[in-house]
Design a protein around this ligand. Structure first.
Ligand SMILES: Cc1cc2nc3c(=O)[nH]c(=O)nc-3n(C[C@H](O)[C@H](O)[C@H](O)COP(=O)(O)OP(=O)(O)OC[C@H]3O[C@@H](n4cnc5c(N)ncnc54)[C@H](O)[C@@H]3O)c2cc1C
Length: 364
């Protein structure tokens, strides 16, 4: 669908309450639209706080036995799709404003986002209410360096092919990509910090639980200059005046572009960095290379569904049968190893749980 629609760079309440420029220069249509958005937004936040997602019986009964949880009685949390219907959030707001942002955060299509458990989104909205987003000074590299501080044996370009419980420990079979050789080693304990599809592929006992958790590829491209073919020039001309709020450093500008087609509706983000670089992130593994591309990286994103939520909960809690986290001296950590949105917070929470199991003091 060609054309663009309202883009805002400031928080809505700032726009409405403290921006004389907006009142004097904005078109009537934009002023009305802003009021409409503010109302929808307020209603959505109120619903997140005061109308918790329901637990419902799934059509296809899942035999998930999680001690003390709703999953034990065969109940699932309602999906985001069901929740948005129930709270009567206007379709126009959902399609053009809410889903683009949520699906950018989760790097997936709008339909996949609607399959997420509603509890993920309501918890996320409550947790981020009136909070500013910020990145560590020096970027995420600094976090990585801090986390890896003191670890002496770091082997990059090494792919683990097999993790297996053996007498006296856990066997790891791995392949060094640089030296093109395979090797085996036995460790006391193993912590897998990979996506669920990889964990299921390399560690057999986890397969029944983790093999069903959906994952999707995501592509990030660094572009050197605007390229007319992908209409970055258009994006440049209507770049919002505000930007993401960062507690430190310069505000940065992000634009979202949603493609509406019969088969799929998905949003990509264009993150404008200083010096004219643009980072384009698309929720697909297949992005045509355009002129000006400096680098392309592919990631795996783990999705959430009401069913996979039960699987994760089952893997995380002590159970009576099958493999659970920590059994056979193998643990899993990562953004998907907790009951919430698949973000860095999940990495921290799941790593703290493993630290506790291993008797390691968490320094915060
Ligand atoms: C473009 C993008 C932007 C994001 N922005 C944010 C954000 O702003 N805030 C936020 O909270 N989250 C964000 N996320 C999500 C967050 O980055 C991820 O959820 C998080 O990095 C996942 O961490 P992880 O340790 O679970 O897995 P990963 O970061 O995916 O790490 C898994 C690692 O395992 C390696 N690996 C895979 N297979 C093997 C194997 N067989 N042997 C050895 N190694 C293997 C992979 O190469 C990878 O390095 C973003 C994600 C993407 C893709």
């Amino acid at each position: 669908m060609p054309g663009s629609y309202f883009v805002y760079g400031k928080r809505l309440h700032e726009l409405l309450l403290v921006s004389p420029h907006f009142w004097l220069r904005g078109s009537l249509q934009n002023v009305l639209l802003t009021f409409y958005l503010a109302l929808c937004h307020a209603w959505f936040f109120a619903a997140c706080f005061f109308l918790p997602p329901r637990m419902i019986r799934p059509e296809r009964y899942l035999d998930v036995k999680v001690k003390g949880s709703a999953a034990k009685s065969g109940q699932n949390c309602e999906s985001l799709r069901q929740y948005l219907d129930r709270i009567w959030l206007p379709q126009y707001y959902v399609l053009y404003f809410l889903l683009p942002i949520l699906s950018i955060i989760c790097s997936c299509s709008h339909a996949e986002m609607l399959d997420f458990p509603a509890s993920d989104v309501t918890s996320f909205m409550k947790g981020s209410f009136l909070r500013k987003t910020y990145v560590a000074k020096g970027g995420i590299n600094r976090v990585q360096a801090t986390l890896a501080g003191g670890i002496k044996d770091v082997r990059l370009q090494t792919r683990v092919n097999k993790v297996e419980r053996v007498d006296g420990g856990v066997l790891i079979r791995y392949e060094s990509q640089d030296e093109k050789r395979s090797a085996e080693e036995v460790f006391d304990r193993v912590v897998l910090a990979v996506s669920p599809n990889v964990a299921a592929a390399i560690f057999n006992p986890s397969k029944p639980l983790l093999g069903v958790i959906p994952t999707v590829p995501v592509t990030s491209t660094v572009l050197a200059s605007p390229n007319t073919k992908i209409s970055l020039v258009d994006e440049k001309t209507h770049v919002p005046s505000g930007g993401c709020s960062y507690r430190r450093g310069e505000a940065q500008i992000m634009a979202f572009r949603t493609t509406f087609s019969d088969s799929i509706v998905q949003t990509e983000s264009l993150h404008y960095l200083e010096g004219g670089l643009v980072v384009r992130t698309s929720p697909t593994g297949d992005v045509a290379e355009v002129k000006g591309t400096l680098d392309t990286a592919r990631f795996t994103r783990t999705l959430r569904t009401t069913e996979s939520r039960n699987m994760v909960r089952k893997a995380m809690e002590a159970g009576d049968a099958g493999w659970v986290n920590g059994k056979d001296d193998v643990w899993i950590v990562g953004s998907w190893c907790w009951d919430g949105m698949v973000l860095l917070e999940g990495c921290v929470v799941s790593a703290m749980r493993v630290a506790r199991d291993l008797g390691v003091n968490v320094p915060w």
